[in-house]
Every structure is written in C-alpha cells, then in structure tokens.
Design a protein around this ligand. Structure first.
Ligand SMILES: [Zn+2]
Length: 444
C-alpha cells in the first residue's frame, strides 16, 4: 500500500484509487490557485461587461484584478430578485442568449415566487466537476453504492445525479419523503452510502434506537441541506447508532449545489470550487473583508470565475461559517470550514450573537430524552431578542412529562451560551416540519 494512502479514505476502504479527484487543482499551493483564478477572472470580467446588462452597469470599465475584487459592489439576493423583475424569467444578469440555457432549476422561493437558475452546457459540466470533487472528497468512490432521496428537480440538489454518474458509483434513487422505501432499500443491502439531511439521519437513528433492525451494509452517511452533520453530539449519535462514518457537504443554489465536501478526517468541509468560484469571507454586519484563516468567523461571498449563463460577483450568501484550517492531512489545500447557520437565523441577546445551531448542539447532548431537534421561536422583526428566549425542543412521546428536563436544558443553555432560555418540550407528533428538514427559527 502507498504510504499514507488511508489518510483520505473511509475506514475499511482498501481500494487503490487516488482519494483526490483532481490532484493538480485540489492540492495546488495558494499562489498557484490564485494565479489560475486570476486568469479566469480576467476572461470573466470581459464576459460580464460585454454580455451581462446587469453587471455592465455595476462594474464600470476600470481594470479590476482578482486581488482588487473588494473594490466592486456586493450582489445580494434582493439585487438578483430585482433583476428578475427587469427581465423575467431569468433576470437581467442572464449573460447568454436564452437559447443557450440548457437546464433550469428553481429555488424553493421561501418568500415570494421561486427564482430560476439557468445553466449552459458548459455550466452543467462545471457544476458536475465541482460536485464530483466534493462528493469524492467525502470518500464516495466508484465501488460504492449510494442511496439518495434527491429528486431530479426542481431543486439544484438534483444535480447530484450527474455527479454520482461521473464518479461511476452505483446510484439508488428514492423519491424525496419516501421514508419507508429508504429503510427498505437499506435493509435489502442496496446501499453502503446514504445522502441525507442531518434531520433525516437523526430520525433514522432514533427509529433504530426504538428497536429497528440493523442488519444492513450502510457504512457512510453524507449530510447536507442544513447544518448538523458537523455538530459533535448529532454526528456521534448517528455514527454510533447506525455504525457509520458521517461527513457533510454544502452548496448554494445561486453558485453551485455542492461546493464544500468534508474528507474522512472529519475536520470540516473543504472548499472544492477552485478555478470556478472565488470565495471571500466578510463581516456579516459591516461587510469588511476577513482573512480566511483558522478561527475566523464570517459570511461567505462568492464570485463566479467561469459561469456563462447567470454569473454573480461578490454574492452575499447569508451563510455564516467558521474557518477550521487551510491545510489537511488528506493533502487538499482548499480551506476547511463549518457552517454555523444562516445570517437570517442569527439573533442577538444582550449584545451576544447567537446561532440556533449552537442551541441544537447543546440539546442533542441530552439524548435519548430528546430526539435532537430544536428551534427558536421569534416574535418580532428585529434581531434583538429579550431573554428568556423561547426554545422548543422535540422529545420522544415518553419524556414529555420529564419535569426536570426543561430545567436542565435551560441551565445548559445559560451555562454555555450565557443567555436565559424558556424551554418548552414538544412531543414528536406535534413538533411539525418533516423528518427531512428542520427550520431552526420559527416566527410566531
Ligand atoms: Zn481533508
């Protein structure tokens, strides 16, 4: 065996395949990565000025190198929505003739109507390439068999089917929401890998604790769609009950559906978009640039370097992340991060910023008296919340009457997060949402 060949592989994977999909790009030095990106940006800036009415107006005509990106304005989701009003259905930032758009996804449209994400053939290929680096980084190889509950569309997660094809893994698609068929497929030994939201992975683990059989081949769960797979108490629970390795991936519809993938060393998600996407870290309040180095916390902003159809520049993602490091024993040089949550989910208690995922992390430590799901109830519009902060915690039917539990959770939140909470225990049957995704904040 090649020395160190297990560093990037899942436990038990003895294959000979290189564990890095695109070694030249993914292990490049920071200087080489910057040089490649800077050359791509030069071409992209010309494309934007010539072909995107939206950006031609915003970018002006002065030369702007990649290192001077901070001189350009940010793009918000609101800007893109206004661009759609100007030129529906794609928006004034469509930078190719409509006939060249060969695939259309839609966003979930949490407020108002969904927006369109159009791709040229080249863009489809780029998404597949980035996604392949991402999923390959989690340890999925051609000899694996992957059960996925992503539909083909309308959402961008459907693009994962192209990625599994590229890796040449076996794909076992199950319709979103068809829980019984997932369990049937796993029991039948159809898959050793499951792609799921952390909510669903927890749901599965909780059902197994309740007496489900565990005679299946499942060894690897890749979580995505929401934070959770990186929260120690959540991860440990799923790993120990299901007997699997859990790692996570993340993407964002307007940029690329899978852009970050965590390697089997489980030290945070690697940025996998080098050469196609340029990431920046900024202060979520002031938008001042923050260096991408271990320990830094900020909002990710993205610039497409090669996107043809609907490129964006300095797009504010709303995702708040903590940088875990810029090197890894697996050999990848793409920085590693954990997502703390959405900017919109953040609230402030007496001057302290709080992300609901921090509450979930504490609550999950009280298993099995809790299921692992929790959410914050917000009343008003503002981000400032007066304590005690209402928190709803899902519990198995048997523990609703656990009089001490609410008090213990309130104490844990106060001790670790320094604010007072008012915890209400909600039985599984009444918690609502579905097993696939949990909203961390509800307005009521
Ligand atoms: Zn790594």
């Amino acid at each position: 065996m090649i020395s160190g060949s297990s560093r990037g592989r899942l436990a038990g994977d003895g294959c000979e395949r290189d564990w890095i999909w695109d070694r030249e790009v993914e292990t490049a030095t920071p200087d080489a990565t910057f040089a490649r990106a800077a050359a791509a940006w030069e071409r992209q800036l010309r494309h934007l000025r010539e072909d995107s009415p939206f950006y031609a107006r915003r970018l002006g005509s002065a030369p702007v190198g990649l290192g001077e990106l901070h001189r350009l304005p940010f793009t918000s989701k609101q800007d893109l929505n206004q661009a759609i009003d100007v030129r529906p259905p794609f928006g004034a930032n469509l930078a190719v003739p409509e006939a060249r758009v060969k695939r259309v996804y839609q966003t979930s449209g949490t407020s108002g109507s969904p927006s369109m994400i159009g791709l040229t053939s080249f863009d489809i290929e780029t998404w597949t390439e980035i996604g392949t680096r991402t999923y390959f980084a989690t340890g999925i190889h051609d000899h694996h068999s992957v059960l996925t509950t992503f539909g083909a569309g309308p959402f961008v997660a459907g693009h994962t089917h192209f990625v599994l094809n590229r890796i040449a893994a076996r794909a076992v698609p199950v319709a979103p929401g068809d829980t019984e068929r997932v369990i049937f497929g796993l029991r039948a030994g159809l898959a050793d890998t499951l792609l799921a939201t952390p909510s669903f992975a927890q749901y599965l683990a909780n059902r197994l604790e309740a007496g489900e059989a565990r005679d299946w081949a499942l060894a690897h769960v890749v979580t995505g769609g929401e934070p959770g797979g990186g929260i120690p108490a959540v991860r440990d629970h799923v790993q120990s009950v299901l007997g699997v390795t859990v790692n996570e991936i993340m993407g964002i519809g307007d940029i690329a559906p899978s852009l970050f993938g965590e390697c089997p060393l489980q030290q945070g998600m690697h940025f996998c978009g080098a050469g196609h996407v340029w990431p920046e870290l900024v202060d979520p309040d002031t938008q001042a640039p923050i260096g991408i180095e271990a320990g830094a916390v900020g909002e990710l902003a993205y610039t497409h370097l090669t996107r043809q159809a609907m490129p964006v520049v300095r797009f504010l993602s709303g995702d708040i992340v903590r940088i875990e490091g810029t090197a890894c024993d697996c050999g990848r040089t793409g920085f590693r991060m954990r997502c703390l949550g959405r900017r919109d989910d953040m609230f402030i208690v007496r001057g302290v910023n709080v992300y609901p995922s921090a509450i979930v992390a504490l609550v999950a430590e009280h298993r099995p008296r809790v299921t692992g799901r929790a959410r914050v109830v917000r009343g008003g519009e503002g981000v400032a919340v007066e304590p005690p902060v209402p928190v709803e915690v899902e519990v198995p039917a048997g523990t609703v009457d656990d009089a001490r539990l609410a008090g213990e959770l309130e104490h844990a939140i106060h001790a670790h997060l320094t604010f007072r909470a008012r915890v209400q225990l909600v039985p599984e049957a009444e918690f609502g949402d579905n097993a696939y995704k949990t909203r961390l904040t509800v307005q009521r």
